[in-house]
Design a protein. Structure first.
Ligand code: FMN
Length: 198
């Protein structure tokens, strides 16, 4: 299902088409497609090329998927546990080269996930990221070492039937995508000063 995106300026089609649905189909995702999605994340840029991202991939029917689903808050569980793929996004908090804190580990991991969800669109798939989950429980369930942080979960799959969603979710599923204007986001001179470029 396509959602209307009212761009003010033209952008890449994959970026334009991405949105975060809740109506996932239970249709399995082909292994090759999932591999391409993970490969896209692998090529993300990162500070010192540290590549601090790690992913735990759960496929419906395996114990990993069950445990990721278990960590989600009830509201997310209602829709996300229909998706055939659930991925736990994890970042390494310290630098490999000197053991000191890596201040950009979340930034870098977020970029890798952004690449992943863009590739998902390229593969004809949909994704929905979540922070509504119990990160401590996830770390425990998956033996995540102390110098790593579980950051988010991504649901991936084909589009399903929105009519099966509860009323509040159906409503937001059908809503137009909303964004702040570039004027609110982009400045020149000092912070808050309008830029002539937007
Ligand atoms: C880090 C992150 C955490 C999010 N957490 C949740 C969540 O717990 N539950 C949910 O339904 N959506 C969640 N979302 C989805 C956002 O609400 C969604 O991306 C935003 O409304 C923009 O919509 P779009 O992705 O369709 O453009 C999250 C997105 C991100 C990037």
């Amino acid at each position: 299902m396509k959602k209307q995106t009212l761009n003010n300026h033209p952008i890449n089609e994959l970026l334009q088409q991405r949105w975060s649905p809740r109506a996932f189909s239970e249709k399995p995702v082909e292994k090759e497609k999932l591999q391409s999605i993970l490969e896209a994340a692998r090529w993300a840029p990162s500070a010192y090329n540290e590549q601090p991202w790690r992913f735990i991939v759960g496929i419906k029917g395996d114990g990993t998927w069950d445990r990721i689903c278990e960590t989600l808050v009830e509201w997310n569980r209602q829709w996300a546990c229909k998706a055939p793929v659930l991925i736990l996004n994890i970042g390494k908090k310290t630098h490999e080269y000197n053991g000191k804190n890596n201040v950009t580990f979340k930034y870098d991991t977020g970029q890798a996930v952004a690449m992943m969800v863009t590739e998902a669109v390229n593969q004809g798939l949909f994704s929905h990221q979540m922070s509504g989950f119990d990160a401590e429980k996830a770390a425990e369930l998956f033996n995540v070492p102390d110098d790593y942080q579980v950051i988010s979960v991504t649901a991936i799959g084909y589009y399903g039937n929105p009519d099966e969603l509860p009323e509040d979710m159906y409503k937001s599923e059908m809503e137009e995508r909303k964004r702040k204007s570039l004027k609110e986001l982009v400045f020149s001179g000092k912070f808050g000063e309008q830029s002539e470029w937007v």
